[in-house]
Design a protein around this ligand. Structure first.
Ligand code: BG6
Length: 297
């Protein structure tokens, strides 16, 4: 798993190669023979870590492309008789391309007349074969059970997809597209810089390791990131963890906070920073230990 974590800058760069045209400063999807202009709604379905990547994509697609997005866990979607709009697109996200619930959900969506798009890491998988629009991640084999590099590669593809949908729908300017391409091009170097904090993270780990419960907080796209962080901790450390929308903490979970519950706050600089920091101060007022993940700014 550690090896796969450190592979992220390289495999994300590899993945982005198929989705960006750096000279023209444009996003481009492979095997694209249709426009997203007329897609009225997108339904995203996945399991586990791939589901959290899908939740980040919901924020991006709605913010950038102004397209309504529904999001579901595959094991719920396949049994809940979802109402799918004619002409809609269903997007399935999976590292393996074989997760039984996601595959069954894909077949259900197809039977309901949806255009099927798939973000998948294994190009020979069942989901890859059954896709109308195949969006591969190039993370290489992921052996660790807890997904790491496949997740960040999924995010890279989903960011490019959101920009492409936005452009096709005419709601993103060329200048905005250029800005996204620039940010995505910088992502591998930014990941390298984040990985350079390895020793500090290791030094801090005993604070978390001693805890019985850990809370992760984030806002906007960092809310699914908080849930993904909590999932990772549960899966790998057997420590109970919950990811919460930072603004929701006051509606219950704040009661759990004391000096024994570390709270990991994800708050990059930007419009939501001050709001999240005020939630962080509520945690500190209750004696909670805070680990803040932010940027230099
Ligand atoms: C779980 C794994 O069993 O399956 C998770 O532990 C993974 O890490 C999830 O995210 C979904 O898998 P996939 O291959 O469909 O992305």
């Amino acid at each position: 798993m550690q090896k796969e974590i450190f592979e992220q800058p390289i495999v994300v760069a590899q993945t982005l190669k198929s989705y960006l045209r750096p000279l023209e400063q444009k996003v481009a999807l492979p095997q694209m023979d249709f426009s997203f202009a007329d897609v009225p709604r997108i339904t995203i379905v996945a399991c586990g870590t791939s589901f959290y990547a899908g939740m980040v994509a919901k924020y991006w697609l709605e913010q950038f492309a102004r397209v309504p997005v529904e999001l579901d866990i595959a094991s719920e979607f396949r049994y809940r008789q979802p109402v799918l709009e004619k002409g809609g697109m269903a997007l399935f996200i999976s590292q393996s391309g074989e997760t039984a619930d996601t595959l069954a959900a894909l077949r259900h969506a197809r039977a309901e007349g949806q255009k099927v798009a798939v973000v998948v890491n294994v190009p020979t998988s069942s989901m890859a074969r059954e896709a109308d629009l195949l969006l591969p991640t190039h993370a290489g084999p992921e052996i660790g059970v807890a997904s790491t590099k496949a997740f960040t590669c999924q995010l890279a593809v989903l960011a490019a997809l959101a920009a492409k949908v936005a452009r096709d729908k005419g709601v993103m300017s060329e200048a905005e597209e250029r800005e996204i391409v620039e940010h995505l091009t910088e992502a591998p170097a930014a990941m390298n810089a984040a990985l350079a904090h390895d020793e500090e993270i290791e030094a801090m780990a005993p604070v978390i390791a001693a805890a019985r419960d850990v809370l992760y907080l984030g806002r906007g796209p960092d809310y699914p990131m908080a849930m993904e962080g909590a999932l990772k901790l549960k899966e790998i450390s057997y420590i109970h963890a919950e990811g919460y929308a930072a603004g929701e903490m006051k509606h219950g979970p704040i009661a759990l906070i004391d000096k024994d519950v570390p709270v990991i706050v994800i708050a990059p600089s930007g419009p939501l920073f001050d709001k999240t920091v005020s939630n962080m101060q509520e945690v500190q007022a209750r004696g909670g230990k805070v680990v803040l993940i932010s940027d230099a700014e």
